[in-house]
Design a protein around this ligand. Structure first.
Ligand SMILES: Cc1cc2nc3c(=O)[nH]c(=O)nc-3n(C[C@H](O)[C@H](O)[C@H](O)COP(=O)(O)OP(=O)(O)OC[C@H]3O[C@@H](n4cnc5c(N)ncnc54)[C@H](O)[C@@H]3O)c2cc1C
Ligand code: FES
Length: 259
């Protein structure tokens, strides 16, 4: 959908994931099956527009999970079921569905875009995935119900930076559970805060993982979402059009890829 005009859709349901992340279920009025890891531009009329990855697509409905970090996202957090928002997309390349094993590494609000990949794999009856997910605290873990369900289907390891009395799992940043990775021949799909992705890549390279097997989903400020305004570039690439998913060896030498 290469236009700056949004279509109007209705929020069917909204709920809290964590103290600062809400999930929104909306009707898909566009009617294009998105690739896992693609994103949409969501608009609150009169307030602004933001790029948001979808977390799941089923029965003509799209799931989005939005962290309250600033101006537009704070308005999203005030919305209720029945409210209308604008939507255009899907944009970007997303995670390629590939035939072999995939290790998925996510931090914080990075889980929703991995969820779209996982849910597609489940539909295909694929179990050759290993998810490693890190959140700041147990209360910051998103998609708790999905994580429970996924644990019965494939390997899932979750860690938190700071534990509490409810937590009996690993405490430490996500790289502290990399010793649980058994598939060195896998593809590695990583998404999360830039600093987390930087350390994750460093650790994987130390473990002997090939650079060409590491894929990162990058975040930049966006305007158009489909390669016309030039707001989102990393070197010669536009994150909206050529990404957000990039193979590590293609961007590693571009100075602004990691700030
Ligand atoms: C492809 C893509 C997919 C995304 N998917 C999700 C998602 O699924 N869920 C989610 O919660 N967020 C997602 N984001 C991030 C989200 O778009 C931003 O948090 C949002 O645009 C912030 O808008 P705001 O007006 O609330 O913040 P502002 O008031 O504009 O800014 C608040 C702070 O966030 C920083 N910021 C704003 N936008 C970005 C950005 N794009 N990249 C890095 N820093 C930024 C600003 O510099 C500032 O420090 C995604 C971003 C991209 C590029
Ligand atoms: S947001 Fe306009 S070129 Fe990427």
């Amino acid at each position: 959908m290469n236009t700056l005009n949004s279509m109007e859709t209705v929020i069917i349901d909204v709920w809290d994931e964590t103290p600062d992340i809400k999930s929104f279920l909306v009707n898909d009025v566009i009617g294009v099956l998105p690739n896992p890891g693609q994103f949409y531009e969501l608009r609150i009329f009169g307030r602004g527009e933001i790029p948001i990855s979808y977390g799941n697509y089923y029965d003509g409905k799209l799931l989005f999970s939005i962290k309250n970090v600033g101006y537009v996202t704070s308005y999203f957090h005030r919305l209720r079921s029945g409210d209308k928002v604008g939507i255009r997309g899907p944009y970007g390349n997303g995670w390629e569905i590939h035939d072999g094993r995939t290790v998925l590494i996510g931090g914080g609000i990075g889980l929703p875009p991995l969820s779209s990949y996982i849910e597609r794999m489940i539909k295909m009856n694929r179990k050759d995935i290993h998810l490693l997910y890190g959140a700041r605290t147990p209360g910051d873990i998103v998609y708790k119900e999905k994580l429970k369900k996924w644990k019965d289907l494939f390997r899932v390891d979750v860690t938190v930076d700071r534990g509490d009395e409810t937590w009996d799992g690993n405490v430490g940043v996500v790289t502290t559970i990399f010793n649980r990775i058994e598939w060195k021949d896998a593809r590695f799909y990583i998404i999360g805060p830039e600093v987390m992705m930087k350390f994750a890549v460093k650790e994987l390279l130390k473990m002997g993982i090939d650079e060409g097997k590491i894929y990162l989903s990058m975040e930049r400020k966006m305007k158009c979402g489909y390669g016309i305004c030039g707001h989102c570039n990393i070197g010669r690439f536009y994150v909206c059009r050529d990404g957000p998913v990039f193979r590590y060896d293609l961007i590693k030498d571009i100075p602004e890829s990691f700030h």
